[in-house]
Design a protein around this ligand. Structure first.
Ligand SMILES: [Zn+2]
Length: 135
């Protein structure tokens, strides 16, 4: 019983660290301009189709919009090539893609999209700081 608990704990920790390493590597890819590869890796990880990626926003968008997701053609659009390297924007829009795959009518809330993106960036920052992540 006691031994069982310990091994469970180790497995859980190991899974958590692997997940954090995955999240950090996605952020690294985006920062290095390998955004398409990051989206491919994310899609594989979550078992969904790879979203399309396009530079230039659809017409009629507000000036301040950096990115958007169109569920009809499963396309993530970003304002310009600088935004392609913004992990927060890419991951936020990927979350909408993920939610659409899970439930066609539901894009997920903005709040959850932000939290999803933040989790990846925090993983990247703590890996960079050399911590194994216990916060
Ligand atoms: Zn959004």
């Amino acid at each position: 019983m006691f031994l069982n608990r310990i091994s469970c704990h180790i497995i859980w920790k190991r899974g958590q660290i692997l997940e954090q390493r995955f999240e950090a590597s996605i952020v690294w890819l985006i920062l290095n301009g390998e955004t398409e590869k990051a989206l491919e890796t994310l899609a594989k990880h979550y078992d969904v189709n790879v979203p399309n990626l396009k530079v230039g926003l659809p017409k009629g968008r507000k000036i301040k919009t950096l990115g958007c997701y169109n569920a009809r053609n499963t396309t993530i659009s970003v304002l310009n090539s600088d935004v392609l390297k913004e992990p927060f924007v890419i991951l936020h829009e990927f979350y909408h893609h993920l939610r659409t795959n899970a439930d066609a009518k539901h894009l997920g809330t903005e709040k959850y999209a932000d939290e999803f993106a933040k989790k990846f960036i925090q993983a990247y920052n703590s890996m960079k700081a050399g911590r194994s992540g216990n916060n």
